[in-house]
Design a protein around this ligand. Structure first.
Ligand code: AMP
Length: 302
């Protein structure tokens, strides 16, 4: 049976927030995604690292439910991202992006990955996302993420990927840029006319809104007293969301709503530490407990 396949970046991130900083810690869109999804289902990873990606770096990704056969090692340096957050933790200021081995990466999907049950095209060059779509048997769900870097630089390729996608998961600023409109309800109509039937807009500390058919579902972010680093929140959300959907093998309104809650659970853990430290060291109990906390947080009587 097919598994959840993700293609994205594996990175060395240097991040500064008002609560501290890390230099060249393991990050990347596919990294956060895989770790979050592995609490729910088996994941297959396709990504590239350079010669400088050490065995210690690799340990972050070595998990029972993560298949690393599709992790390529190329000559050159690993992708690097450097960012900073002010007290306005919703907005990362990108200080430097060094594509390095990502610049010449041409994903080759291993034979055993070519019939996935679900596919997540994490934030990566849309041309690469297209190349992946061309190599796999169409799964029941294709979801993708993107960012301003690609909306500004590769809009035509991105439009082609969007036509093939069932679900788009992006943050509010990116949705507004892609829809060329500030009103998120109008943006949802515009973006969904480009392809994806379901649009999930991440709003950082304000939570998340999902537009699906005629339904709109909104969930606040988990109220945390201490937050260290928002990097990876979006990818961890996507990992929890897709991981739950894969384990539920369903795509009805109820499952999508539960998946949004599990996504928010994983994002809330990711932001409690730098890099993947907290996200990678959870128990199933931790995940369940926070899911129940969300239930209490949002229950009311009508
Ligand atoms: P987010 O979940 O949106 O906070 O994503 C953070 C991750 O995205 C970081 O770990 C970065 O390494 C990665 N990232 C940043 N810029 C890019 C890019 N242009 N392409 C691929 N990955 C990126």
């Amino acid at each position: 049976m097919g598994k959840l396949l993700v293609v994205g970046s594996v990175a060395l991130d240097s991040v500064k927030t008002p609560f501290g900083e890390v230099v060249e810690a393991v990050g990347g869109s596919a990294t956060f995604f895989c770790i979050a999804a592995s609490y729910f289902t088996d994941v297959q990873l396709v990504a590239v690292v350079g010669e400088d990606f050490s065995p210690e770096h690799l340990t972050a990704l070595q998990r029972d439910r993560v298949d690393l056969n599709g992790l390529e090692r190329s000559s050159g340096r690993t992708f690097r991202w450097r960012g900073e957050y002010s007290h306005k933790l919703n907005e990362a200021k990108t200080l430097d992006t060094q594509l390095n081995v990502l610049e010449t990466f041409s994903p080759t999907i291993p034979e055993s990955y070519r019939a996935p049950s679900q596919l997540f095209l994490a934030n990566i060059d849309p041309d690469l996302q297209l190349r992946v779509l061309g190599q796999v048997k169409r799964p029941s769900v294709v979801a993708l993420d993107t960012m301003n870097f690609w909306i500004e630089g590769k809009i035509e390729a991105l439009r082609t990927v969007l036509k093939e996608a069932d679900i788009l998961i992006i943050n509010d600023g990116e949705a507004q840029a892609l829809g060329d409109n500030r009103n998120l309800v109008q943006v949802s109509r515009i973006i969904r006319s480009l392809g994806p039937k379901t649009l999930i807009i991440k709003r950082g500390e304000y939570g998340v809104v999902m537009f699906h058919g005629d339904a709109v579902f909104a969930l606040p972010a988990y109220p945390l007293e201490h937050l260290k680093d928002p990097t990876g929140a979006g990818d961890s959300f996507a990992g929890g969301f897709m991981g739950f959907l894969a384990s539920a093998s369903a795509l009805d309104d109820q499952s999508l709503r539960q998946a949004v809650v599990y996504g928010s659970v994983m994002a809330s853990f990711a932001v409690q530490s730098f890099s993947v430290d907290r996200l990678a060291s959870l128990t199933d109990e931790d995940v369940k407990k926070r899911y129940m906390d969300f239930s209490r947080l949002t229950t009311f009587q009508v």
